[in-house]
Write a new protein. Structure first.
Length: 561
């Protein structure tokens, strides 16, 4: 036997090792190729069969949203299972695929879906009305029809629109007088209370419901924390900075000015407008303290926020509440389930405390605030490029039917969207108040919603709280006067947008006219076009009114002293 040196043995072993690595590489590439081929084949068959999976008689609905909260996926899964079983009994093979996209990247994904031309069939709406108008199916022609899935319930025989708590008022896009999506859930703002900490410090067994009692408790908590050298903050909140200031301002402004909706609306609209408010103030019909009292309330409330509250984010506020370093925590009904699940103390849930007879602004109190038409919620629409519009619309009706909507809510504890709902267990904290005055929709100190002027005025509220201004009302009023030039420019741009939308309405009117000229047109299509024409006329009237009250707002601003 020939002697083999050690070096040659090592060389042979290296060759075998290299051969082994080459085989692994080959197998890896082969496996990747098979997966790629399968994916291409799946997409080809899916598109060729118009949304079917391999079998031509199996229809697929792709359903996407951003909700990662406890119970949402499970609630939708339960509804999906019932829907697939029901359709199977009807001899229709349906598969519903639920996709959950993280909220941080949702808007980018959403736009990619729509612009790419091959979107999911049902998608949670985001983005501007212009995007929705361009890419989403218009649903006005369908909401007046009976929802068949309410058969045997208290909502049987009612038009789909009338089965929803607010009559779909919050689902109407006022820019286009069109419905681009349907809500499946609604959300309301609430204050969560650490009852154990409240009782320990104040001796009170119940959470406050009036502003006098609330501020009295906050003062006691603040004094206790200072005396005991402890970190206990009376009030924290989700996005406690300007977002929270806006919420409290709007609520207390509305509590003291609900009467304005009845007395000073001049544009055939249920809502009072900024021009109305300023005109009433200039003519002496509204007292200064009624109009600006919310600033004083916010100044007092700010004494009970944390130091550096304007830099606090949602996670920090939640941490303070869970670690028993905060007593009152402003959040929404969407977080009812996790709060009760994670808090190791007794929790109470209250609405925003109302102005009571013991508070200095009680003489201006016009009533509590109703919550029926909240603009918060989860709205779902159907892209124009959906391959299964009829089935997607059918599934949306199913999700918003009485029994199924309550079923989903029982999992995630989100407030149901249907009328005559039962609020059992934790859902009792999400039950809306249906009596009271509507919120004043637009602040008199801002030209456009979420505008630069609005941000500057909310910044003035921050400054009042942080610097503890001695005369907060005068400071805020002076800020309003100083920022009028920004409001002017925003309103002028608003007038340009109104004109641009007018051209869009003219384009739609032409499309309807051409649609009616078709030879092959069904009676249902004719009725749909007639309905769209009426809604278009209504939208045009609203925009004409918007033009006039925007012009009036500019005139009133010039008269402010």
């Amino acid at each position: 036997m020939k002697y083999i040196e050690r070096g040659e043995i090592m060389k042979m072993m290296k060759i075998k090792k290299n051969n082994s690595q080459d085989l692994k590489t080959i197998f890896g590439l082969l496996f990747a190729g098979i997966v790629y081929f399968y994916a291409v084949l799946y997409i080809y068959i899916f598109n060729s069969n118009k949304g079917s999976v391999f079998e031509s008689d199996v229809k697929v609905i792709n359903f996407a949203h951003w909700h990662t909260e406890d119970g949402v996926k499970e609630g939708f899964d339960a509804a999906i299972k019932l829907y697939e079983e029901m359709k199977a009994k009807q001899g229709i093979k349906v598969k519903v695929i639920q996709s959950i996209i993280p909220s941080r990247g949702y808007r980018q994904w959403y736009l990619t879906q729509l612009v790419g031309g091959n979107p999911v069939d049902i998608i949670q709406l985001a983005g501007s009305p212009n995007i929705q108008y361009q890419y989403m199916r218009h649903l006005s022609a369908y909401i007046g029809k009976v929802n068949p899935y309410n058969k045997g319930t208290v909502l049987e025989g009612m038009p789909w629109k009338d089965t929803i708590l607010d009559g779909m008022k919050s689902m109407l896009d006022k820019n286009y007088s069109e419905y681009f999506g349907i809500k499946v859930f609604v959300h309301y703002d609430r204050i969560f209370v650490n009852l154990d900490l409240l009782k320990q410090i104040t001796g009170k067994d119940k959470a406050p419901t009036t502003i006098s009692d609330w501020f009295d408790s906050c003062k006691t908590i603040k004094d206790y924390a200072k005396k005991e050298h402890k970190i206990i903050i009376p009030i924290v909140g989700r996005g406690i900075s300007r977002k929270m200031l806006w919420f409290f301002h709007r609520n207390y402004f509305s509590q003291m000015n609900g009467i304005l909706n009845d007395l000073y609306g001049r544009y055939y609209d249920a809502d009072v407008r900024p021009a109305d408010i300023l005109k009433a103030y200039r003519e002496g019909k509204v007292e200064k303290n009624r109009l600006y009292g919310f600033v004083d309330i916010m100044s007092e409330m700010g004494n009970y926020f944390a130091e550096g509250f304007n830099a606090m984010d949602s996670e920090q506020a939640a941490y303070l509440f869970y670690t028993k370093k905060a007593v009152f925590y402003l959040d929404g009904t969407w977080d009812i389930s996790p709060i009760f699940k994670n808090a190791d103390f007794n929790v109470a849930v209250i609405r925003i405390p109302v102005i009571d007879k013991n508070y200095r602004y009680y003489k201006y109190f016009t009533g509590d605030i109703a919550e029926a038409d909240t603009d918060k919620g989860s709205k779902f629409g159907i892209p124009k490029a959906s391959k299964n519009f009829d089935l997607a619309l059918d599934f949306l009706k199913f999700l918003t039917s009485y029994k199924i909507n309550l079923l989903i809510s029982s999992y995630c504890k989100f407030a149901p969207v249907v009328k005559k709902a039962e609020y059992k267990g934790l859902l009792k904290y999400a039950k809306p108040n249906l009596k009271g005055n509507p919120l004043i929709p637009t602040p008199f100190f801002s030209g456009i919603w979420k505008s630069a002027s609005m941000a500057r005025m909310l910044e003035s509220l921050e400054t009042i709280i942080i610097e503890k201004k001695k005369n907060p009302i005068e400071y805020f009023n002076n800020s309003f006067k100083n920022y009028r030039k920004f409001i002017y420019s925003e309103l002028q741009e608003g007038l340009k947008n109104i004109n641009r939308n007018t051209f869009k309405y003219e384009m739609q009117r032409s499309q309807i006219f051409i649609g009616n000229l078709r030879k092959k047109i069904t009676q249902e299509e004719k009725l749909s076009l007639t309905l769209r024409k009426k809604m278009l006329l209504e939208a045009f009237e609203k925009h004409a009114l918007q033009y006039f009250y925007t012009k009036d707002f500019i005139k009133e601003l010039k008269k402010v002293k």
